[in-house]
Design a protein around this ligand. Structure first.
Ligand code: ATP
Ligand code: ZN
Length: 210
């Protein structure tokens, strides 16, 4: 038996469930439940907040998980990745108010930056020799400059329309992300075998879409 953790409700949920179905795995889905069992594969599906998924998989509470690389990398869990899944593509970007002067990342020296990704951003800034004051906030990062909380932001972007709507200009890409399958490090031999079967099906699903 394998326990797979997916996002309960959010941008990853629909595509995660869809992928499992396309792998030929059937289950009863109910949006209220915390877990469900597949009827034709030894798989249990847990519904969790995406931020909790890397930790549960690291600790072996769940055997597998589907999560964005942004969340995985922020949680220091990159070693858990077993397969890139090709959906929920987005990027973690730096943005500044549209009218502000900006030449390069050096322009952020000494500035305050709001983000939900202090680890990824801190690493990026350090690599570029920039020191800034990071304000970690969990949501609505894009409004931080307009309310005077920070001079720049670092947030997840896909189309850029949210930034535009908040008078912000995207200036640097800090990290590129997509959804990935992760696995706990200590799977049993039987579980590894089931994971192989699952990955084989996932790869076939992706090939069929190309
Ligand atoms: P939760 O309540 O589970 O904590 P959340 O609000 O943190 O959810 P979502 O906004 O649902 O998270 O995003 C989940 C993941 O989907 C992100 O971590 C990222 O990998 C991806 N994602 C976020 N925004 C986009 C986007 N605009 N386009 C594509 N993928 C995105
Ligand atoms: Zn989250």
């Amino acid at each position: 038996m394998l326990r797979l953790a997916i996002q309960k409700s959010g941008r990853l949920s629909e595509d995660s469930l869809q992928l499992i179905r396309e792998c030929g795995i059937s289950f009863l889905s109910s949006s209220y439940k915390l877990k469900t069992e597949a009827t034709n594969f030894p798989l249990e599906i847990l519904f969790l907040r995406d931020d909790d998924i890397p930790g549960y998989v690291q600790d072996g509470v769940a055997d597998l998980g589907i999560v964005g690389q942004n969340v995985l990398e922020e949680a220091d869990g990159a070693h858990l990745q077993v397969e890139a899944l090709g959906f929920s593509k987005c990027r973690l970007s730096l943005a500044v108010p549209r009218g502000d002067a900006y030449d390069s990342v050096i322009s952020l020296q000494g500035k305050s930056i709001a983000t939900s990704y202090p680890h990824l951003l801190g690493r990026y800034l350090a690599a570029h020799g920039v020191q800034a004051q990071l304000h970690t906030i969990s949501g609505s990062v894009e409004i931080a400059p307009s309310i005077g909380l920070a001079e720049a932001i670092c947030d997840i972007v896909s189309s850029g329309s949210t930034l535009l709507g908040n008078g912000l200009r995207e200036v640097e890409t800090v990290f590129r992300s997509e959804a990935v399958l992760i696995a706990q490090p200590n799977l049993s031999a039987e579980q590894k075998d089931l994971l192989d079967q699952l990955q084989f099906r996932m790869q076939a699903v992706r090939r069929a879409k190309r």
